[in-house]
Design a protein around this ligand. Structure first.
Ligand code: AMP
Length: 289
């Protein structure tokens, strides 16, 4: 595996791969890699001949009171994992490579260049104002740099995936976005780089997020007819633990992210966000009505 940090090095490697007729797959990450990330890489390999992974903790998508400074940075072990996974190219840029117009001070980051629109302001976007504009800005910058044929994103970050799909349809019509299923611990907890913040007790509590989703999903056909409210109510009741501070449980149409109405049929997402201690966790499950 080669590692590059600059735009010029990256372009040179991508040009070589493309000149050799290779299809390029891209997996953007913020590092602190786990099996979820590695599953995206495996999926990428099935769709392409040359897999590029980026590791970049994007300051533009963190709010002022969020964990940007303490977000885990483990480049050495990440790099070893990627080499073992036979990734072709690791792109590990610094902030000035991604945002050449930004000054050294993180406070002087550039403005976002992408807007997530109304869907960027609900659910995660309501709790984290500006997060999705910052996320789309870095993803589009990375797409422009890497010029991939396919890019893989996790279903775990469902609202992110929805917004990336919308951006790709609009701005990157030749790019195929692939959705990768959520990888979980045996107990159900979705793997996340932030799980390493959890101590043993918090880890136990965190398992209850996925348990709540399962309880909600199991209530879909209760009573012989579909009832979105019953799903939400069941999931909410299942998370009846004071240690998990629920931020939202919502049921949306997977295609539009609009709330479900009674009588809906099709693919929906049951989404949950909660705080366990200082750690914010999100998860979701797909439900067919
Ligand atoms: P992150 O490093 O958290 O920005 O995540 C990088 C990519 O990995 C995103 O596309 C995430 O949706 C995906 N991802 C994170 N956790 C998981 C998981 N448990 N299973 C599958 N994909 C994941």
């Amino acid at each position: 595996m080669k590692t590059v940090v600059s735009e010029a090095q990256l372009s040179a490697e991508i040009s070589l791969a493309k000149a050799a007729g290779k299809k390029v797959a891209f997996v953007p990450t913020m590092g602190a890699l786990h099996q979820g990330h590695l599953s995206l890489i495996e999926l990428a390999k099935k769709h392409a001949d040359f897999v590029v992974v980026s590791i970049f903790v994007n300051p533009l998508q963190f709010g002022p009171s969020e964990d940007f400074d303490k977000y885990p940075r483990t480049l050495e072990t990440d790099s070893a994992q990627l080499a073992e996974a036979r990734v072709d190219l690791l792109f590990a840029p610094t902030v000035d490579v991604i945002y050449p117009d930004a000054s050294e001070a993180a406070a002087n980051l550039p403005a976002t260049t992408k807007s997530a629109g109304p869907i960027g302001e609900i659910l995660e976007g309501a709790v984290r104002p500006g997060h999705f504009d910052g996320m789309l800005t870095v993803v589009s910058r990375l797409f422009d740099l890497v010029q991939p044929d396919v890019a893989v994103f996790g279903a775990k970050d469902a609202q992110q995936l929805h917004l990336i799909n919308a951006m790709a349809t609009r701005d990157y019509p030749n790019l195929e976005i692939i959705e990768a299923p959520t990888i979980r611990e045996v107990g159900g907890l979705a793997l996340s780089s932030r799980n390493r913040y959890l101590d043993e007790a918090a880890h136990e509590v965190a398992q209850q997020l996925s348990a709540a989703l399962r309880a909600g999903a199991a209530a879909v056909h209760r009573g012989g007819h579909t009832n979105p409210n019953l799903v939400i109510e069941t999931a909410t009741n299942a998370l009846a633990t004071p240690e998990a501070k629920l931020e939202y449980i919502a049921l949306v149409d997977k295609d539009t992210f609009e709330p479900l109405e009674n009588g809906f049929s099709g693919r929906a997402l049951l989404l949950i966000a909660a705080r366990v201690g200082e750690t914010r966790l999100i998860d979701n499950t797909e439900i067919t009505f």
